[in-house]
Write a new protein. Structure first.
Length: 414
């Protein structure tokens, strides 16, 4: 399908012969992060390459990255993930929201993420020898940062049941080289760690299942062990032809009676109320905040009116991290009602088979800055027909959790 590389960071997409004619809109981009945060030009040893495409009505994006090394550099790795998600120029609305994580039905992020085990070499090595991987993963930096909502909020990773993938003696099985000599800075200590990972995120209701996640010890040409993942994904087939024919006056007999579609009917989403809740930031003014709704299935974006008053303060119980516990925080809350949405969103097609494969991107914007975004699967909205549908989602900015959004809306035909 396509291939892209940035020095040692390579990405190749293959497909079976039966999908060749179904793949379209192939795009690619890369981001260098080698000198992120410094004035010197960025080099290509660290960064990411990405390829996106569409199969029928289902869109995919694959991101292969290599992040900064060393156990004490986890915050810099967090920054690099945010920078990559913001800078990759893929997705129809990337110029609007600057966040690739909301642009596709399914997105995969993998590679040498370089997050380490924050545990001494002897203790970590003993746990590896005893295959106590679950205990050792309690000290995994990636898991900690994800649980705190700093990175990959809403992303998934299958349980790890394989040995750490770094740092092994080249050519040897199950032998870790935890001490690396350097001429200037002395000896660098590397506890056995799962540096190489595969994470994924589905923004639609189309099911995706990870069937296998592991590593292989048969390839010994590197101090890293390769990891692999096997996924099963449902593909939404292209109904554009059927939809366009329907719009041009064809009969609607193939749809069930519950839809009762007429030739001249159009489909709309009507926004009624919305609430945004964010942790209070004394350095940030949120005057003029508004909601922007984008989608390829809408004729035009829907914008709420901007608020010209500041956010109200409330001390409430709100989960603002993903560690499965509640926190009492001083939050900022903003509310929109139906008068703040002057227009309904008209869908390009009214065919329910087309709509159920689409997603809405909801962005919270203040002045010229998008604070965070989330996705609304249109499938959930359509299934509620004329009933009120309430969608509650975590607002994220390039994978970082920044708050929550509650959106009440209706699906309508007229």
């Amino acid at each position: 399908v396509y291939a892209l590389d940035l020095l040692q960071i390579k990405l190749v997409i293959f497909c079976s012969i039966g999908y060749v004619t179904a793949i379209k809109d192939i795009r690619s981009d890369y981001v260098k992060t080698g000198s992120l945060g410094s004035a010197s030009p960025k080099i290509g040893t660290k960064g990411a390459v990405a390829i996106s495409f569409q199969i029928h009505e289902t869109s995919f994006c694959f991101i292969h990255c290599r992040l900064t090394a060393r156990v004490d550099c986890f915050r810099k790795r967090n920054e690099e993930i945010h920078y990559i998600a913001k800078s990759l120029k893929l997705g129809t609305f990337q110029s609007k929201i600057r966040d690739i994580t909301h642009q596709f039905h399914h997105i995969f992020w993998f590679g040498d993420l370089n997050y380490r085990i924050d545990k001494g070499v002897l203790d970590a090595s003993n746990m590896v020898a005893c295959q106590k991987y679950k205990n050792l993963l309690m000290f995994d930096q990636l898991k900690h940062q994800k649980d705190e909502g700093n990175i990959f909020t809403g992303w998934e990773e299958n349980p790890i049941t394989f040995p750490p993938t770094y740092r092994l003696v080249v050519g040897e099985k199950n032998i870790y080289n935890c001490y690396k000599k350097r001429t200037k800075n002395g000896q660098v200590v590397n506890s056995p760690s799962w540096c190489d990972r595969i994470l994924w995120k589905s923004n639609s209701k189309s099911p995706m299942i990870c069937l296998a996640y592991g590593s292989t010890s048969d390839i010994l040409t590197s101090d890293h062990l390769p990891v692999y993942g096997l996924f099963q994904v449902s593909i939404d087939y292209n109904n554009n032809e059927a939809g366009m024919t329907l719009k041009q006056g064809a009969t609607a007999q193939r749809f069930s009676n519950k839809w009762k579609i007429k030739e001249t009917q159009s489909a709309y989403v009507i926004f009624k109320t919305a609430y945004a809740l964010m942790e209070q930031n004394p350095n940030q003014s949120n005057t003029g905040a508004q909601l922007l709704i984008y989608s390829n299935c809408l004729i035009s974006p829907v914008n709420s009116k901007p608020h010209h008053t500041n956010w109200s303060e409330t001390t409430s119980e709100c989960r603002l991290n993903t560690a499965n516990h509640l926190q009492y925080l001083k939050n900022q809350r903003l509310q929109w009602d139906k008068t703040d949405f002057p227009q309904a969103g008209q869908f390009v097609l009214s065919d329910p088979n087309y709509l159920t494969s689409q997603i809405l991107i909801v962005a919270l914007k203040c002045k010229d800055t998008v604070l965070g975004s989330c996705c609304v699967p249109v499938n959930s909205l359509v299934n509620h027909l004329t009933q009120n549908y309430r969608h509650i989602a975590e607002l994220t900015c390039c994978g970082k959790l920044i708050g929550k959004l509650q959106l009440d809306m209706n699906f309508s035909r007229r």
